[in-house]
Design a protein around this ligand. Structure first.
Ligand SMILES: [Ca+2]
Length: 672
């Protein structure tokens, strides 16, 4: 009912415009999708009239005295404005004044002057001087309503927007899955370490939540002259302060630990980054750090076994931390052709949650989502050379997930290098330095979406292990049609499903054995975001495998414990189709229809056998990309790119894909 009231309220003044009613209410959007019948329209009209009547007759009797002067003109004042006046007759109210169509600029100016005389203040004019936003003493509203130039007065309602990012990711739904113990699922109490170019802590998106800052670049500063880290931090943990919440991050009350490892030109070294990781491990208890965000990377050369950056990530993982790493922006070559095998380090590390970029096209609905063209694709191509001089590639399935990362608007540090060199990146929402927002694209942006999600899952269920966090995110992800697992991993992150599932996981994990019940209750393995329902992927990525089955979540698996690596867990005998209740040799119990290991059945129906066949034409032999870097159909291999090209490609995401993106919402409160 409250939804209907909220929806019908405004259009009522326009004479019951059904098209407007349907457009403004999410509950009505479904009706439209189902092609409303005439009967449906009529009943909606009836509901609208009833609601209108209720609001009018429901006027509190106390309003009479305050509104005595306007009793006969009450219909040109919105009911919630009337209630606001009644509830605070000695206070002030924010009002939107709509003037009559006959009014001209002279009448408009006279009205503005009159409002000033009444003790009011005009914030701005709207609709080409046909309306204005004002603040005025409640006691003066009735007199204003009686002015001949006034057509209608409505309360300047606090628009509680759920931003695009939190809506399409499912974070907005996850907020509601709190308990009396956890409170709202907003990340409070959880620390997210941002290993990046610094964070401009004074930005109002952070509101004092940058609880620690440390510099490893040698520049002796922790702010963000480059402009990358501030944007990244606000994707993970920015609040809704600017533009009424349009740019709220995933975990808006999480604490931010600013670990500056990239300098004022966005450059860093592996050694500085490793020092930053080790600092996080040493200080994890002090700052409640549970997740590290690494929106950075370097071209992968060494096998993850030898790569020192990967080894540092593994140390963090062994210390109980979840590390989210960007997949890289090398998913295409200079001609736009798709490139496989281009995952960056430390994204090649199996214990990391490696994140690719989804393109949301700026719409909350996910049915139009895809992977961004530049998002690095698997498999991983770090290698070692044996005594015979033969290269052995890692060839892990990566990324693990994709998340929104194309043209996302988040916090901008002042006069930063990126926006100064590329002025079009500024989102033009305000002139207030501490409110400014910029638009960025890349797997750097997608990664903190997942880091914020990890914070929410830990808040919901602090007993989760890093392995379970990763498994839950993968299991509940939405595989997007037409994309292979080397492009999207388990699919697009679905925080509605992940937070719901995390809340069902038992909190006494330490005493569980393989096959014990993992959940306290069953749940529907589907999610609904922006009125669209989709199935969870229901799979978990192993090193070279994709494991499916409801038993992954209904029953505890040895691979979820601490001290083991999820990705190292399962090797299944060749090509075995595991059916109900088959216990695999290394302790993974799977149930309904799981085909995996050397024969991996992907969700899109692509069969990976000893030679891996992908729908778009990459053929792998025994898990190794064909030795000479064969170019097949629409793809080429990253190995065949010269290093300098690969480096330049890393910046290719700066402007994002040439598609519609997130639209800018003006900041309506530039003062605070
Ligand atoms: Ca979309």
């Amino acid at each position: 009912m409250s939804k209907a009231i909220k929806t019908v309220n405004a259009p009522v003044t326009e004479g019951f415009l059904l098209s407007d009613i349907r457009r403004t209410g999410s509950s009505f959007r479904k009706l439209r999708a189902n092609r409303m019948t005439t009967k449906g329209v009529l009943s909606l009209l009836t509901v609208a009239i009833l609601v209108f009547s209720f609001l009018m007759t429901g006027l509190p009797t106390g309003a009479r005295s305050v509104l005595a002067n306007s009793r006969t003109r009450r219909s040109n004042m919105s009911p919630d404005l009337e209630r606001a006046i009644v509830s605070s007759p000695g206070g002030t109210v924010r009002v939107i004044v709509d003037t009559k169509s006959s009014s001209n600029s002279t009448a408009f100016g006279r009205l503005a002057t009159k409002i000033g005389v009444m003790g009011g203040f005009v914030f701005r004019s709207l609709n080409h001087n046909k309306s204005m936003s004002i603040q005025i003493p409640a006691s003066s509203v009735a007199a204003l309503a009686a002015d001949n130039a006034v057509k209608y007065l409505s309360l300047d309602r606090k628009t509680v927007v759920t931003g695009h990012l939190e809506t399409t990711s499912g974070a907005a739904d996850a907020r509601n899955y709190g308990t009396p113990d956890t409170g709202t699922i907003d990340g409070h109490g959880i620390g997210i370490a941002i290993l990046d170019s610094g964070v401009y802590a004074a930005h109002h998106a952070f509101n004092g939540r940058v609880v620690a800052s440390i510099d490893f670049t040698g520049e002796g500063r922790t702010d963000d002259p480059y402009g990358h880290g501030t944007h990244v931090a606000s994707m993970a943990a920015g609040n809704g302060h600017v533009s009424s919440g349009a740019y709220t991050g995933i975990a808006p009350l999480a604490n931010i630990i600013n670990v500056r490892v990239l300098d004022s030109q966005g450059r860093g070294s592996a050694s500085n980054t490793i020092a930053g990781i080790d600092w996080c491990i040493a200080n994890k208890d002090l700052y409640s750090i549970r997740v590290l965000n690494m929106s950075l990377g370097t071209v992968a050369v060494d096998s993850y076994v030898d790569d020192p950056l990967c080894q540092a990530v593994r140390r963090a993982y062994d210390a109980g931390l979840v590390v989210c790493a960007a997949a890289g922006n090398s998913g295409k070559d200079a001609n736009g052709a798709k490139v496989y095998g281009s995952i960056h380090s430390p994204g090649i590390e199996p214990s990391a949650i490696t994140v690719g970029a989804a393109n949301t096209y700026g719409t909350d609905e996910r049915s139009d989502d895809s992977v961004a063209t530049y998002s690095s694709r698997g498999p991983t191509r770090g290698y070692y050379i044996d005594g015979e001089g033969v290269k052995h590639y890692d060839n892990l399935i990566k990324p693990d997930l994709i998340a929104p990362g194309n043209k996302i608007i988040e916090a901008e540090s002042p006069n930063n290098v990126l926006v100064t060199g590329n002025p079009s990146l500024d989102a033009v929402v305000t002139a207030n330095t501490n409110h400014k927002m910029m638009k960025m694209s890349g797997t750097s942006m997608a990664t903190p979406v997942v880091a914020g999600a990890v914070a929410l899952l830990f808040q919901r269920n602090p007993s989760l292990t890093p392995n379970l966090v990763k498994a839950i995110l993968e299991y509940t992800a939405q595989p997007l049609a037409g994309l292979s697992n080397f492009e999207q991993g388990a699919g697009e992150m679905n925080l509605e499903g992940a937070a719901r599932l995390a809340g069902l996981v038992r909190t006494d994990l330490a005493g569980l054995g393989t096959g014990d019940a993992l959940l306290t209750d069953t749940t529907d393995p589907t999610s609904t975001i922006a009125a669209e329902t989709f199935n969870w992927g229901g799979g978990v990525i192993q090193k070279w495998n994709f494991v499916y089955g409801s038993a992954l979540m209904s029953q505890y698996q040895g691979i979820y414990g601490e001290g083991v690596l999820l990705a190292d867990g399962t090797i299944v005998s060749n090509g075995v189709l595991v059916s109900d209740g088959v216990l695999l040799s290394d302790g993974v119990l799977l149930s309904d229809g799981v085909l995996l290991s050397d024969g991996v059945l992907l969700s899109a129906g692509v069969l990976l056998t000893a030679g891996v066949l992908l729908s778009d034409g990459v053929l792998l032999s025994d898990g190794v990309l064909l030795s000479d870097g064969v170019l097949l159909s629409d793809s080429i291999l990253a190995d065949s790119l010269p290093g300098s090209v690969a480096q330049s490609l890393a910046m290719s995401a700066l402007g994002g894909d040439l598609t519609a993106g997130m639209s800018a919402a003006p900041d309506t409160d530039p003062i605070h």
